[in-house]
Design a binder for this molecule. Sequence first.
Ligand code: ZN
Ligand code: ZN
Ligand code: ZN
Length: 590
Amino acid sequence: MASVKQDIDLYLFECIDYFTFMTRMTCMQTFCASCALSFTVMDDDLAFYDQVSPIFGGKKYGIPPPTLCPDCRQQRRLSIVNERNFYTTTCGLCKKRTMTEHPSESGKTVYCRDCWFSDRWDSCSYGKDVDFTQPIFPQILELVRSVPALNLLAEGTNVNSDYIHYAGYAKNCYLIMHADFCEDCYYGYGFKKNTSCVDGFYNLSCQLCYDCVDVHSCYGLKGSQDCVNCSSSAFLRDCIGCKNCFLCAGLRNKEYCFENEQLSKADYEARVAAIDLSSYRQYQGCKVKRAEVEKNHPFKQLHTHNLENCSGDYLQNCKDTQCSFDCEDVERGKFLYQVVTGAKNVYDIYQYGLNLRESYECSIAGTESYGIRFTHNAHNSCAELLYCWYIQTSKNCFGCVNMNRKQYCIFNKQYTKQQYEELVPKIIDYMKKTGEWGEFFPTTFSPFGYNKSSAQMYYPLTKAEALKRGWKWDDSKEEPPVVSKIIAASMLPDAITDIPDDILNWAVECEVTNKPYKITPQELRFYREQNLPVPRRCPDQRHLDRFAQRNPRKFFDRPCAKCKKAIRTTYSPEEPETVYCEECYLTSVY
Ligand SMILES: [Zn+2]
Ligand SMILES: [Zn+2]
Ligand SMILES: [Zn+2]
């Protein structure tokens, strides 16, 4: 796979070189300690590391430049995150059955949300002294293994939404991840401020959208992708401000278009009435047709909107943000992935934002937090954290694990402010000697098999490759649902009108993975109300299918299909899409 590595290297080199060399004076070239590829550290990167370096007793403890290339750093952050695999367990305190991200065989003590946030236990009772005769990371890992974990990560007030993870402020939601402020939403990833959306990937401020990928401010949209401000339409791609359109691509502010052809209201309604989307066969037929319509449509080289001095893809409303993907409302950032709803002065973050500031090398950090460094999960007004793991509303903590509302703690042990400010610099000096200072938690920290982590989506490995690198692999099967019968997906009636209520007592066997999955009552109600067929694939497979519809986090060089100018795009040259440079695209759609 040398070509992939070369591509990544090329992308990093070029996106730095191409987009920002004008503003830079110096840079340093260095080699990744993991994959050995060269990467560049710019002088304003160094200025950033200096800016987020901690200060104790008036002395700055400088964060060194990274030793891993951006992709290896990103892979390391993702490898400790399990967003989509749930297991049933028993709360270690109240003994109630609960869902968790921790597999049963891990033996991890898990508390339900009510117990974890209660004063019925104290994470400081697991506190330890710092041992200066052994490295620091294994001492933190001991705490990761011993301190009781929160079952699933849900922020804020959640109502009737037990099956959500890395999500918050949800009402009547089921299996939504990387999601906030949603109501009546099921099977979504990257859902923000949605109502009644089902089966989506990156739906923002949407209502009644189904089977949509990368849609923004849309209403009543089905089977669509890359759309903004569209409503009462189906199978659209790259449309803005359209309503009552069907099977169209690249339209702006249109109504009554069918296969990109302008019709009268009456003709449009007659054409649409002839299609029954409640039939699984007809729905799938429209998906195939959408791909045909797209063949004649030029795509813009990148999915970006309202940017100022930025590089990356799937970016909206960002300023001075480089080498980033799937971000919105970010100012001065770099190497960010899925950082949304406000962030400033942040580097190397995997999820999520919500006014995260002055932070570096974190997975899952946000909600009014600042000064978060080398930390996995920091939520709700955290500040000045170093090397922490699952922290809520805490300030000035080092190497603390599964903690809520604490200050001046090290290794879950309480100190005074003065003691804290004396001891942490000693640990940092010691970590400089052990080579741990400036490094994020290693993948060996992960409580999850590499294949169950988010890293497997973007940096897939085989079992042999993962094991060779000393990383875990999880072959465990999910518990099958308790049902009276299992029906093969192909045996389901074609139309939603022929699906009996009794389906709620069955499991459907996924046509791809053969994994049995259940249809929930709220989901069945949605399909019936919206006149949509019951899905034939399990939720995980549907998630992977939607993921596959999006472009990779990787750049390719290809000529603009119109003016032949060299462009950088995330559309691979092997893909069938016709790709235009921004200028040619704008003249073609407006
Ligand atoms: Zn590397
Ligand atoms: Zn409990
Ligand atoms: Zn062009």
